[in-house]
Design a protein around this ligand. Structure first.
Ligand code: KG4
Ligand code: ZN
Length: 339
């Protein structure tokens, strides 16, 4: 069976083709970062307009690359949420139009489920159950993954997502967008101990997290500090340390609480080298194993949507003509809403 997938939930247009026997045959990504960077964040209307221009050429080139024609494709998966509604609607309507024209099922996929299953695209991947730390620009959550479609959110950020805190802090530092990779790069030259940021809620019971206090604290320090390169690197270092500490402390609690020894990190912030190293260390400490996708599958991509789509296509091949597009779509509700 072969599936084509479309990802348009934010500022990246992605298309992938996945075959259940041969694996990933094509994976294309067009990033709109250059369009949004001058605004310091994603402008939703510009994002949706650009997806319209890029999606069909990407689909055509993915089909060519994988030597596939419409005859070879058994289903089309598209990101149906959560994300920017205008952008999602572009992928959803094109997905359904192609499904109708080719007489194949259209499969709505939850973007966070895609991130969560991205490590399954790797040769060495976790078995179920596992604990997943999903850290992206819009979400920060710890999920118990019982099986595909069976997700239990154990904790989440009560305010900003970790990626959002990185992006907003980078904006205050006038570094550009997206902030995560820029802060991470600067942090490499940072001096340990010059600044220290708070780690809110780490001693609270439960697995919820908070990043807005960390962001405010960074804003205060930025406003009174010199703007030289070393000071910026030192702030970036301290900020990254605090952010990673919060995430790791809560992951450790989740592993202890559930007794599960496999931990996955996914979503854009999981591209962060400091976080990847810390999660490896945590796994070693508890006698478990850490898993994460290759860097290009940490940030938004269609390969993860194709993988999730294939799993769901195998469960149900029925065609559904209802176009699904949801700005919000909690992962815990998936089983009941996606079929
Ligand atoms: O998953 P993603 O591509 O899009 C969403 O679904 O939100 O995540 C984007 C987020 C942004 O906040 C970006 O700053 C962050 O991931 N990010 C990073 C790194 N690469 C991307 N954060 C820290 N370190 C990185 N290397
Ligand atoms: Zn994402």
């Amino acid at each position: 069976m072969r599936i084509i997938a479309i990802e348009t939930s934010c500022d990246e247009t992605g298309v992938a083709i996945y075959d259940d026997k041969e694996g990933l045959l094509s994976h294309k990504l067009y990033s709109q970062v250059h369009i949004h960077s001058k605004y310091g964040g994603v402008v939703p209307e510009l994002a949706s307009r650009d997806h319209i221009h890029k999606i069909i050429p990407l689909i055509q080139s993915s089909l060519n690359d994988s030597d596939s024609t419409s005859e070879d494709i058994d289903g089309i998966a598209y990101t149906a949420g959560p994300g920017l509604i205008g952008s999602i609607l572009v992928g959803a309507s094109i997905g359904h139009s192609i499904a109708y024209a080719w007489n194949i099922p259209a499969i709505p996929i939850n973007h966070m489920e895609g991130h969560l299953l991205a490590p399954m695209l790797e040769k060495i991947h976790p078995t179920f159950p596992f604990i997943a730390l999903l850290v992206s620009g819009g979400h920060t959550m710890i999920v118990q993954v019982i099986d595909i479609g069976k997700y239990k959110t154990l904790g989440e950020s009560i305010d900003d997502a970790a990626g959002e805190a990185l992006d907003k802090t980078a904006k205050l530092m006038k570094l550009g967008y997206p902030g995560g990779p820029l802060i991470s790069h600067l942090a490499q030259k940072g001096t340990p101990g010059r600044f220290r940021f708070p780690r809110p809620m780490i001693n609270h019971p439960g697995l919820n997290m908070s990043f807005s206090g960390l962001k405010t604290s960074a804003a205060n320090i930025i406003s009174v500090s010199r703007n030289d390169e070393q000071t910026q690197a030192d702030i970036a270092y301290a900020f990254q340390e605090a952010l990673c500490d919060i995430l790791i402390i809560k992951c450790k609690k989740a592993l202890q609480q559930t007794g599960i020894k496999r931990i996955v990190i996914a979503g854009g912030v999981s591209a962060n080298q400091r976080l990847r190293k810390s999660i490896e260390d945590l796994a070693k400490e508890i006698g478990g194993t850490a898993y994460y996708p290759r860097i290009e599958f940490c940030t938004d991509n269609a390969a993860m949507i194709a993988y999730a789509g294939m799993k769901r296509l195998k469960i149900s091949k029925k065609s559904n003509l209802i176009i699904q597009a949801k700005a919000r779509w909690p992962i815990d509700t998936l089983e009941s809403t996606s079929f």
